[in-house]
Design a protein around this ligand. Structure first.
Ligand code: T3D
Length: 264
């Protein structure tokens, strides 16, 4: 059988491709495990300084594979426990993405539906092809947005739009997604991969540890008052101040040369 994800290395970035194009890269349980393992493994590899996630074929990811016997309801039979799938497969993947030790870039090449949209939203930098479409779709199958969507979507687009997308489940074009702040940038389809790769390479040249701390503090600040956020910044800054990348960054600036960052 074809591998469900493909991993390539290019310079100091890793490219992770969802590879079930015939089903618009819908997730199977195996695939979720493989994505989680890849994020952990690549994030721990000092040769990898950014991870680019994209989909093979015309779709990015259609969310849970609804024909997977693991979850597909079997009329008349015993109902399946979706909670088991969420707890053991989706949550570990969502946490691996949130805690990834290098920055992540998503190139949304086509439709991102259900948990596929959550995967995209969970990445640090999201670029979308002008052919991409975003749809939660959970409402149509009697479920709630998951894989972090209830947390991520209202923060990205605000409650009003998040409610509209979740309750009505309409498709959003890439252009609208950019206007709403759901993606950082929309790029012409032919240029998407190149633009996302260039961004990943740029991230790879920057101080990884500081970038990952920035993600952590942005997320933490969402749950915090202003003053605790100031204190958390101070603690993180103090740690970073003792680290190599800070001395290297300042030295490189003073000596007018490119920096060589390597903290993790
Ligand atoms: O158990 C649980 O469900 C819990 C887990 C929750 C996490 C979730 O992600 S739930 C949400 C699951 N996803 C969806 O509900 C989306 C279902 N798909 C669609 O609504 C549409 O396919 C799209 C809007 C994504 C794209 O539409 P379109 O018209 O571009 O393509 P299509 O013709 O519908 O799909 C192309 C093929 O992919 C088709 O197969 P075929 O006919 O060519 O053999 C279609 O069946 C297949 N496909 C699309 N999405 C899925 C899928 N196969 C399995 N699972 C899918 N999710």
């Amino acid at each position: 059988a074809e591998p469900q994800i493909l991993i390539e290395r290019e310079e100091n970035i890793a490219i992770l491709r969802l590879n079930r194009p015939q089903a618009l890269n819908a997730f199977t349980a195996d695939m979720l495990v493989q994505i989680r393992e890849a994020l952990d493994r690549l994030g721990a590899d000092v040769g990898v300084r950014a991870i680019l996630i994209t989909g093979e074929g015309r779709g990015f990811c259609a969310g849970q594979d609804l024909s997977d016997p693991f979850v597909a309801p079997n009329p008349g039979g015993k109902p399946k426990d979706i909670g088991h799938l969420i707890d053991h497969y989706y949550i570990p993947m969502a946490l691996a993405l949130r805690d990834c030790r290098v920055p992540t870039v998503c190139a949304v090449n086509g439709v991102a539906a259900g948990a596929g949209m959550s995967l995209a939203m969970g990445c640090d930098l999201v670029y979308a092809s002008d052919a991409a479409v975003f749809v939660l779709g959970f409402n149509k199958i009697g479920l709630i947005p998951d894989c972090g969507a209830t947390w991520l979507l209202p923060r990205l687009v605000g409650r009003a739009k998040a409610m509209e997308m979740a309750l009505l489940g309409d498709k959003l074009s890439a252009t609208d997604a950019e206007l709403l702040g759901l993606v950082a940038r929309t790029v012409q389809a032919e240029q998407l991969f190149g633009a996302a790769k260039a961004a990943a390479l740029r991230l790879a040249s920057l101080p990884t540890r500081a970038l990952v701390e920035t993600r952590r503090l942005f997320d933490a600040a969402q749950r915090s008052e202003f003053e605790p956020a100031l204190r958390a910044e101070s603690r993180a800054q103090s740690q970073l101040g003792f680290a190599h990348d800070y001395s290297e960054g300042v030295a490189a600036f003073m000596q007018k040369r490119p920096p060589q960052f390597d903290d993790r």
